[in-house]
Structures are given as C-alpha cells and as structure tokens.
Design a protein around this ligand. Structure first.
Ligand code: AHR
Length: 867
C-alpha cells in the first residue's frame, strides 16, 4: 500500500509538471472517502479527507489539508468547523455539508459542492426553536432534506428544506429521527469521527491532485530572496534582450495607479485629517474599543488643578448627533482642562493654529476662558482669551506658537468661578493641504499626491461595509456642519469623528486631480462581523432596501447634480461647491461573502444605479482572494449583471507575484473590466522591504501589459501611524512629526509618475533556461500620449546583474538622453529611494539591470519632432 502511494505521488507530480495525465491503468473504479475535521486549531482547519480501497487501511490526504473552512463569524474566536456531516444527494450528484459553528449560536453552516474540491459560498440559516445547533446531520425523504441536530441539553430538533435556502418546519424531534451514520476511523494514531462514502476513483484522484497541486504552488509562492544564495549559487551575471515591436501596441488604461484610503491605523483622525485635538466632541464610547474602559467620553482630556469638577453632560447638546459635552464646575478658578492630542500635539515656531470651540455658561452669567498651548515642560507657547455667553456659540481664535514642540497640549481655563460647557474643541494648523479649512495634513496629503494617483477609493475596506448592519458607513452622516455629523465606531478598534467625511474626500480628489471612487456597502455588513447578530454577514431588511438604494442614488446626485435644480446638488452647493464633482465611479460592496443575501441586494442596487445613471461605472466585488468560492461567485454575479468593473483583492507572498504574472493574460477581454482594489506583497512577519516592493514592481509590468482589461489598481493599506497600527505592511508610515514612505511607495510613485496609455509589445528573452530565473526578470514599455514620451520599465529580482540589449526600433524624434530612475539594494532593505541619473539611449543600446533592481527609463519625445 505504501509503495502504491509513493508511486502515485510521483506520478501526480510528474503529471502536474508536464501538464499531461499519466496512465492509471492499475487504479480501482471506486474507493471510500472518509470526511472529518481533526479538531486541531480549534476546528479552524476545516474539512479533511482520507481514502481507502477496503476501509481497513486509510490514506490521509494531508494531513490537515483543508478542502473547505468555516467562514462563520469574526476572526479569532470564530471560523470554527465543529462536527461536519457530509451527505451525498444521489439525485443531484451534489454533496451537502453541514456543521456546527460553535456551541452557542442558533445556526449551523451549510456548503455544497459537486466534486468535494470546489465549494460554493457558505450560508448560515438561523433557527428559531432552540439556542444552539450541535452535531447536525442530513437525511432526505422524497425531495425534502431534513437537518436534525441536538442542543446543549441533548434535546433533539429538526428543520426541513428543499433547496438549502428556504428552511421550514423547525421543531423538536425524537432521537429516532436523528439519522447519524458518523463512524470513527483511526488515522496516524488518532481517532476521528466522520462519514464514509463510496465514490468513483476520479473523485479521490481529484482530491489528491488538488492537494498536491496546491502544495506545489505553495512551494513556489514561498520562494524568498533569503534563499537566493542557495537557489542561484554560482550564478554569474546573465544576458537578456528586449526587442520592441513598435507596430504592435494597444491602448491601455491611463488610470492604472490610484490610492485606496481607509481609516485604518489612525489614517484619518490623528492622521490625514489635520485636527490636532483628540476626542474633540467628547464622543468616544467604550463600544468603540470593546473591553477598554478607559476609552470613554473623557478620553484624551485631563483636569489639572483644584477647585473644579469635570463632568460629561448630555442635557441640551449642540446637536442630537453630538450628544456629549464637557462641563467644568469651577468653585475656585485655576484648574485647566487639557487635551494631549493624538500622541501629543505638534506645533511649529511662528506657525498659526485655528482654535475653535462651542462654549456656553450654565449658571446664567457670561464669562471668559483662556485658551493656551503649552509644551511638555509647561512653558506657554501661545495664549489667548475668549468670551463665552449663555447660549451655545462657536468661539474662534488664532494661536501663534513661539517655539517648536512635539508634546504640546491644549488647555482651556475658565477665568472665574461658575459653570462652563464646552464641545467640539478644535485646533487646526492653518498650513493644511491647499490651505483648506477643516483640511488635511500638508505633508501626508502631499506625499499621496506625489504618487500621482488617478483615483482615490474611500472610505474603506471593511470600514465601508461595517461591523454589523448598524455600523455600515453612511455617507449622509459625514457631510455638513462638523457638530452635526454623526461619529461612529471604527471597526479597527477606535473612533471616527467623521470630520474627514465625504465632502473632504471629494475635495481631496479634486485637489489632486484624481477621480473619486466612493465604496458603499452592498446592503450587507462584513461577513466577519463581531457586533450584534451572532457574528456574520447580515442583510439590510428588504423593507429598508428602498431607502438604502435611495441613499446610493442621492450620493450620485449630491456629487453630480445641478446646484439649482436638484435637491442634493443644492446641498453640495450649500457646502461650498456649486460645481459638480463629476463622479464617474461607484463601488458597491467590499470583498463580501457572495451569499444569496449579498446577491439579492447587490443586484437591486446595481440595477437602480444603472437605470438612473447609466453613465456611472459600477464596481462590483469578488471576495477577499484571487480564487475560491467568493471569487468565482463574485465574478458570476458581475458577468450575469454586466457590472462594469470587478474589484479584486489579494494579499500574497512575493513568490505569488513572481509566479502569477500571467494572471490577467488569461482574462476574457469581453467581460467586466478589473479594478485590483487591494493588494500587497507580504513576507512572514509582515515586514516591507525591497523584496516585497520588487515583487510588486514585477507584477505591475504584467498589469501594464493587461491594461486593456485591468483599469485601476491600488495598494492597500495606504497609511499607518506609529504605535497605532492594526495592519502591516502599509505603504506610508508616519507619526506626528515625520512621514516615512516605504520602498513599495516608491514603486507606486514610479508607476504613477511614469504611466502611459499605450502598451508596446516586446519580446523579452532572458538567456537562461531556468523558469525561476526567467520569471524574475520582467519588462514593460508604454508611451504616454500627453507628453509623447516612451517609458521602459525593467525589473530584476535576481541576485545577479542582467545585461540587456534593448532594441527599441526607430527612435527618430526621441531624445538620446533619457532619465533613469533606479531603485536597487539589498532585498532586506526597508529604507531606500530611487536615484535619478541620465543615461544615453538609442535605437539599440545595452543596459545592465543591477541585481535586485527596478529601473525606469523615461525617454522624452523631442519637442517639435514627430514620434
Ligand atoms: O486593507 C485592509 C483591509 O483588508 C480592508 O479593510 C479589507 O477590505 C481587507 O480585508
């Protein structure tokens, strides 16, 4: 038996490598498969298989290889598969698998497959009759399936379905009705419970080949530069040639590089949004950051001194959306209310800061208070006095700092005894991006603008579809007066003031010359939700979908409607922007589970948008991976509904990028276009280095080649604040006083600045027979119709130089001196910048790609000469 297994494994590997089937004359017609969950990793390893010809000797396919994993609930404590039950419906030749998701919730998971390898997206039907579903089993009577189960008290129940979509007749059952054919099988010294089915050998064969193919791919994807000294030992510089076929070119998207802004890692409040006061509205709430009792309405505020009480009140607030405010009850003046900002307040000598606050007295008198900036040592940096009356009123003042400080604090000090109320206490640098009020941090906004993003996707990611239905991002609550906006919990574990809201996002796009790409939930919240419900994707109730769709349509009218004749165009004009924003794209959904609940709602929204605004390009979604059930189903939904673009996401290893440069070469040109909305190269430990950056640069050459089907791309996530980072790697790291672009940032910038709209086919021939060598060198040549320039991009992920003969064809009309931007170094380097130099070019010239490098050669069209 062992011999047979070894022979078989070798046979499969050979078949995989050669792409042909080996003869399998000796295999049986059928065999047994045993399906089980090992329970390891708390059940998160999912469904496994073993096979046998006689039920005496079992071959594990794995071990621990997962054919389907539970996708129920939030990351961490959920995603468990407990006691899976596999049922084969002979009538439909379909497999049905059900399992318990935990020991608590009144639901079970269901997934179906025709071949045990490809599984449809899961569903989790809620049941009414009991508190939890344990050990569910499936049986069939006529055309009706019955799912029988027990609860924590060992009571039996059952529910019926014909299609595993609609369930009915959920009621108590007898133990006799519980048809459980689960058996115990010993595998590798452990006993597991599961079901045995006799299947055609082809089923077993596919299970084995799938696992071996995956392992083979994983080995490639795990290749890393640190192994290069062994992988490429004794290898010297190699040669290559690139011959352009100038007659053979195609138009490509001129907006390939964009930015994806999500309020993650303190990217908005405390980040891009220039507000310096943290918790200015006293709206922080313990529910923002579950389990942290210090996260409350007084967060970031301290009372310094005696004779004053600091309380939070909700009586007669400035606005119902902003219910909390601070009350200082002063019996003896002298104490001050102090805010330490987001990790300190940064002020610069000689710069001006706009202070504002809503204040009033509560004791019927008028009064004054001092506003002061102090540094960590308590030295006064700026100070002014402000009057306050008996009604809520906004006070404004300008503070000019007399020194630099990174640890400044803002103080408010009532001048006399009395009762004072404060809310929306704010401090902005006057020096914001493009000088806008309520604006963006100059240095951070500028570095994003420097990438020349053609579009900005906002406000998320997961932030867009939210943690629970109540947390779905609502654009209407983020525009208008700051004190009337509705703050919200940020699902990354903090608070969104919404000071950076839809109006500011649109202005930012306009200021950078980028297209806005707002993403709205597809009527469902995140499938990994932890908040409310039992923790899964929920759909907005159908009776509320009309209102939700109207909100989506209103957004388009708000962005593009006439300032005088449309309701929402008027709202935009009143905010200060009578001219329409010219919105062209709208995202519906974010890497959602493509369930029936999703599909029904997505189709409704897409249809409504296209009916009213056929010119708007709708961006659909295809799950969080580059393959799998959500990817397949997301694409099916998109194609069936003729969606304009599909948003794909994948966070993968450098090796994945190296070995999947043909990913889009395979895409059908006549279907939906692609927006690669989130991607990044990840190393173990999640560092960001030249290696990850080069793998992205390598892959982007294939994106340019496929710029006729891929319309847009955006690296994710964009920003991360030191000490407040929930996700690594990111493109740009920052703290209050510095901005640190990663090496990957410079790859994005080089592609953004040196983009084109016409791709020139070329033949890159790496003079080496090894696939792993050839896959590590890539090129892309584009021309830019605006400037007439030609741009040659060359990536080398090898530890040796690649001496490349370039044949660019007739270069009459082009300058002979080009600009070379070169990014190169040690693959483990995490701080690097491209270096510019000039380089001689001609119709034919030789350029040596340095080891581990990305070279961009920009050849200017000579002014006055034809291309
Ligand atoms: O980019 C970070 C997160 O990754 C996004 O919020 C989400 O869409 C994806 O899972």
């Amino acid at each position: 038996m062992n011999k047979q297994k070894i022979f078989f494994s070798l046979g499969v590997s050979f078949a995989l490598l050669c792409g042909s089937e080996t003869a399998m004359a000796s295999v049986p017609d059928s065999a047994y498969v045993f399906s089980y969950c090992s329970g390891k990793n708390d059940g998160k390893n999912g469904l496994h298989f073993a096979w046998s010809v006689d039920q005496n000797f079992w071959n594990e396919i794995g071990p621990e290889y997962s054919y389907v994993k539970s996708d129920y609930g939030t990351w961490g404590r959920e995603k468990r598969m407990v006691s899976p039950f596999l049922y084969r419906d002979e009538a439909s030749s379909r497999w049905h698998c059900v399992w318990s998701v935990n020991e608590r919730d009144n639901t079970f998971a269901y997934a179906t497959s025709t071949n045990l390898v490809d599984w449809k997206p899961q569903s989790y039907p809620y049941l009414e009759v009991n508190s939890c579903v344990l050990n569910p089993v499936v049986s069939k009577d006529g055309d009706t399936f019955k799912i029988s189960y027990i609860d924590n008290d060992n009571k039996h129940y059952a529910v019926q379905t014909k299609d595993f979509r609609e369930y009915n007749n959920n009621k108590a059952a007898t133990s006799a009705e519980y048809k459980n054919n689960t058996v115990e099988v010993e595998l590798g010294g452990n006993k597991y419970k599961g079901q045995i089915h006799r299947v055609e050998w082809a089923v077993v064969d596919k299970l084995i080949k799938t696992k071996e193919h995956k392992e083979y791919r994983n080995r490639l994807h795990d290749e890393r530069c640190e192994q290069d000294p062994v992988r490429f030992s004794n290898m010297g510089d190699i040669k290559a040639s690139l011959k352009l076929n100038r007659e053979n070119s195609k138009p490509i998207s001129d907006m390939l590089i964009g930015a994806f802004f999500e309020d993650i890692n303190y990217a908005a409040d405390g980040g891009l949004y220039a507000e310096l006061v943290q918790n200015r509205g006293f709206e922080y709430d313990p529910s923002d950051r579950k389990g942290d009792q210090n996260w409350n309405s007084k967060h970031s505020w301290h009372l310094i001194g005696e004779g004053t009480q600091f309380e939070i009140s909700q009586e007669n607030p400035i606005h119902e959306n902003n219910k909390n405010y601070a009350v200082l009850k002063v019996s003896a003046p002298g104490a001050k209310l102090e805010n330490h900002g987001f990790d300190g307040i940064l002020v610069k000598k000689g710069e001006k800061y706009d202070f504002s606050a809503f204040g009033k007295t509560l004791d019927g008198k008028t009064g004054k208070y001092t506003v002061r900036l102090v540094n960590g040592a308590g030295d006064v940096l700026a100070e002014t006095s402000v009057s306050v009356g008996k009604e809520w009123k906004k006070q404004n003042a300008v503070l000019k700092s007399n020194a630099d400080a990174r640890d400044a604090k803002l103080q408010i000090q009532p001048a006399a005894a009395g009762e004072f109320a404060f809310d929306m206490v704010s401090l902005f640098p006057q020096n914001t991006f493009k000088g806008r009020k309520n604006g963006l941090r100059q240095d951070l906004a500028q570095i994003i603008a420097d990438m020349k993003p053609r579009f900005v996707r906002f406000p998320g990611g997961c932030v867009a579809h939210g943690d629970g239905l109540h947390n779905i991002y609502d654009w209407k609550k983020t525009i208008g007066k700051l004190e009337e906006r509705t703050p919200a919990r940020n699902l990354w574990g903090y608070h969104q003031s919404m000071g950076l809201g839809y109006y500011e996002y649109f202005l930012f796009c306009e200021d950078m010359g980028a297209e806005p790409l707002p993403v709205l939930a597809a009527g469902v919240c995140c499938q990994n939700s932890s908040d409310q419900g039992a923790g899964q994707q929920g759909g907005i109730p159908m009776c509320q979908m009309g209102d939700y769709i109207q909100d989506v349509l209103d957004l388009i009218e708000w962005a593009n409607g006439d300032a005088k004749t449309t309701k929402w165009g008027k709202v935009r004009a009143e905010l200060g922007h009578p001219k329409p924003f010219g919105l062209k794209y709208i995202g519906i959904g974010n890497e959602d589970l493509i369930s029936d609940v999703f599909e029904e709602r997505f189709v409704m929204i897409n249809k409504a948008v296209k009916e009213k605004y056929p010119e708007i390009q709708v961006v659909g979604t295809a799950g969080p991976f580059y393959e799998g059930s959500d990817y397949e189903e997301g694409w099916r939904v998109a194609v069936e509904n003729k969606v304009d673009l599909v948003d794909e996401h994948y966070y993968v290893s450098p090796g994945w990028f190296i070995y999947n440069q043909d990913y889009y070469d395979k895409y059908d040109r006549n279907r939906c276009k692609v927006y690669l909305g989130e991607y990044a190269s990840h190393l173990p430990g999640r560092q960001r280095t030249l290696e990850t950056a080069l793998s992205e640069a390598l892959y982007l050459t294939s994106i340019e080649r496929n710029g006729d089907v891929v319309t847009m791309t955006s690296y994710a996530p964009l920003l991360a604040k030191d000490r407040f980072t929930q996700w690594n790697p990111d493109l740009i790291y920052f703290n209050n006083h510095e901005v640190r672009p990663t090496v990957g940032y410079y790859v994005q910038k080089l592609y953004g600045v040196h983009s084109g709209d016409n791709y020139i086919y070329g033949n890159l021939n790496v003079h080496n027979h090894r696939d792993d060598v050839r896959k590590r060198v890539a090129s892309s040549v584009v021309t830019d119709s605006k400037t007439g320039d030609m741009i040659v991009k060359l990536v080398n992920m090898l530890p040796v130089g690649v001496e490349t003969d370039l044949d660019l064809g007739d270069m009459t009309g082009y300058s002979k001196e080009a600009v070379l931007s070169l990014l190169s170094g040690n693959p483990a380097d995490s701080v690097l910048q491209p270096v510019d130099s000039s380089i001689e070019v001609s119709d034919k010239f030789t350029y040596k790609l340095p080891a581990y490098s990305f070279s961009v050669i920009r050849i200017n069209k000579e002014v006055g000469k034809k291309k």
